[in-house]
Design a protein around this ligand. Structure first.
Ligand code: AMP
Length: 229
């Protein structure tokens, strides 16, 4: 999220909705008569989807790959690389399904696919819960195609993302102290997060996020208002 401009649209999701997308992906895999032996879930965004797809498809072999954005002279900042090598025997000779949460540039899935293909699997397919049309990689199975670019706030990431978003709007706004209503107003202005949308997807969680921001030393609170620490 750190590379994004100040203003960008966010969509807040919840567990039920995302679980439905996991089911949709699994349905597509079944309809294609692809019968994977193992799921490779990309860390960390693909873990929930990978685990749910194991359940939907009846698999007990789940492994993980962590893609990391390498910043250096030899590679573009956006080129993700595999962080840890995969244990031997994870994918060799197997039908592999690689799963991630969203393909945005598509680079993570693209590189994970290359990495797995180099390890002599019997077949490899890729799946993503959501696909943005910015992606240059075309996954085999897609839960939902998003027509407009947005930052998707996933339930497993809710606190992390909301802290980043709230800290960002506080740094940007001219005010020094923010009441709850100010924070909500700035989230709507800069990120199109409407109060109703947030309360439907993740009810009563603003105070929890603010308390966690205080615990982590990002903000300080006094008299029902918060300011950057
Ligand atoms: P990619 O650009 O396709 O390599 O995306 C890499 C990872 O970054 C994804 O698996 C997500 O975990 C995260 N990510 C990228 N774009 C978004 C987005 N628009 N909303 C939420 N997460 C994102």
């Amino acid at each position: 999220m750190s590379d994004l401009p100040d203003d960008f649209t966010c969509t807040i999701t919840n567990w039920e909705y995302i679980y439905g997308l996991c089911r949709d992906v699994a349905d597509e895999v079944r309809s294609a008569e692809f019968d994977p032996d193992v799921i490779v879930a990309l860390a960390r965004g693909g873990w929930f989807a990978g685990r749910c797809c194991c359940d939907f498809l009846g698999l007990d072999d789940l492994t993980s790959l962590k893609m990391e954005h390498y910043v250096g002279t030899a590679a573009k900042a956006s080129d993700p690389e595999v962080r840890y090598p995969m244990p031997e025997g994870s994918v060799e000779g197997k039908d592999v399904l690689i799963v991630d949460d969203i393909a945005d540039t598509g680079e993570s899935l693209h590189h994970a696919h290359e990495y797995v293909v180099e390890r002599d699997p019997s077949a490899v397919r890729t799946a993503t819960l959501q696909l943005l049309d910015t992606s240059e990689f075309d996954p085999d199975f897609v839960g939902e195609r998003l027509e407009e670019w947005a930052w998707i706030v996933y339930p497993w990431n809710f606190i992390e993302d909301m802290i980043d978003l709230i800290q960002g709007v506080m740094e940007r706004a001219d005010d020094k102290r923010f009441e709850r209503a100010d924070i909500r107003r700035y989230l709507a202005t800069y990120h199109d997060i409407q109060r109703i949308e947030m309360e439907i997807a993740q009810p009563d969680r603003l105070d929890e996020v603010l308390a966690e921001m205080e615990r982590r030393g990002v903000v300080e609170s006094a008299d029902g208002a918060w300011q950057l620490a």
